[in-house]
Design a protein around this ligand. Structure first.
Ligand SMILES: NC(=O)c1ccc[n+]([C@@H]2O[C@H](COP(=O)([O-])OP(=O)(O)OC[C@H]3O[C@@H](n4cnc5c(N)ncnc54)[C@H](O)[C@@H]3O)[C@@H](O)[C@H]2O)c1
Length: 332
């Protein structure tokens, strides 16, 4: 066993639920803490393992966190409130993403965890000035989400430098795949495009569609995070995790249309989103060297897997989209 009882904050979320699936066979038990603000129990409900312990609590609850961390060897900190949430609720967003991380770091140090994996984000960079982006690229976040996640990773690195605390920071670029969010604040471009095509609606592109992202399949992202929990020689490091392929949103729309089998699917353009990052493209060579990380699923194959997942679940795209609001973030 690689792990004794790892703690996954935000384990009922999109990436957390993939990480939990990968951790279970490698751990004596796995504990999740999640307040279900954006995650859901159904993300883990197909897992029957008695090794999985889900605690429905807020990560800001100090006594609960202390008890859980006391019983954990490794902490994977994924709980967060997202980028669109940060536009309308910046104080709460910072409280969960940055302040709670600082408190969890302090408890983890006091309880002597063996390793702390802080899951950050490519949003800490803001728009790329130079591509592909290495870890030493300037961090100029556009949103409070980006700045709160940057504060959190700075706290983790400071704990390493000041106290020799065994923290590692992982910066995933955009992820997609089964259990991704199509809904509300958390809704992401890939599931929204896919569901709208399936529902015979045009894809909505905010801005001119020339913005770029580097999309990773969720199980690849989760595998890199998992490796950061045990690989030697990475304490104190900050490591990008991306697929290493830059795709414009216009190109993405065409690829998804092809995957769904509707190559003539229509797109409509809407006002650009405030704070939208214009260019993201990862250099993941450090992850390759240090985490033995190589993406296994390319974009076309991953999108096909997502489509198959929607079909297997027998979801009605119309039902999933029924509460969708085509709104710019600021008015969400
Ligand atoms: N999805 C992406 O493309 C992406 C890209 C880069 C980085 N990340 C990072 O990966 C991590 C996971 O992201 P995700 O996409 O799975 O998001 P998600 O919203 O699906 O998961 C976050 C989880 O945290 C939980 N949570 C939020 N506030 C909480 C609180 N106060 N107490 C307890 N639980 C709380 C939510 O209920 C949810 O289950 C985050 O740290 C995020 O910044 C995600």
């Amino acid at each position: 066993m690689k792990f004794n009882n790892p703690l996954v904050t935000g384990g009922c979320g999109f990436i957390g639920s993939s990480l939990v699936r990968q951790l279970l066979p490698l751990s004596k038990s796995v504990t999740v803490i999640d307040n279900l603000s954006t995650g859901c129990l159904t993300n883990l409900s197909d897992i029957s393992s008695s090794k999985l312990n889900i605690v429905q609590q807020d990560i800001r609850n100090e006594p609960v966190m202390r008890k859980l961390i006391r019983n954990s060897d490794v902490v994977f900190n994924l709980a967060c409130l997202g980028v669109r949430h940060s536009i309308h609720s910046p104080i709460e967003n910072n409280d969960v993403n940055a302040n709670a991380t600082l408190q969890i770091l302090k408890i983890s140090k006091e309880e002597k965890v063996q390793r702390f994996v802080q899951v950050s984000t490519s949003e800490v960079y803001g728009t790329a000035l130079k591509v592909p982006m290495k870890e030493n690229a300037p961090t100029l976040p556009h949103t409070i989400y980006g700045s709160s996640k940057l504060a959190a990773e700075c706290h983790a690195r400071s704990f390493f430098r000041t106290y020799d605390f065994p923290a590692v920071v992982i910066r995933p670029f955009n992820s997609y795949g089964p259990r991704c969010h199509h809904e509300g604040d958390s809704g992401e471009v890939i599931p929204k495009f896919m569901l709208r095509i399936l529902n015979k609606q045009p894809m909505i592109i905010f801005g001119n569609g020339q913005q770029t992202r580097d999309f990773s399949y969720v199980d690849d992202t989760a595998r890199a995070i998992l490796n950061a929990g045990f690989v030697p020689g990475i304490i104190g490091k900050t490591i990008n995790v991306g697929a290493g392929k830059e795709v414009t949103i216009n190109e993405l729309a065409k690829i998804i249309a092809d995957v769904v089998g509707c190559p003539n699917a229509l797109s409509e353009y809407a006002q650009p989103r405030p704070g939208d990052v214009l260019r993201l493209f990862a250099d993941s060579s450090l992850a390759n060297d240090l985490l033995d990380f190589k993406p296994e699923t390319d974009l076309f194959a991953g999108l096909k897997k997502l489509l198959d997942w929607y079909k297997a679940k027998n979801f009605s795209p119309g039902e999933l989209l029924k509460d969708e609001k085509i709104l710019n973030w600021i008015t969400n």
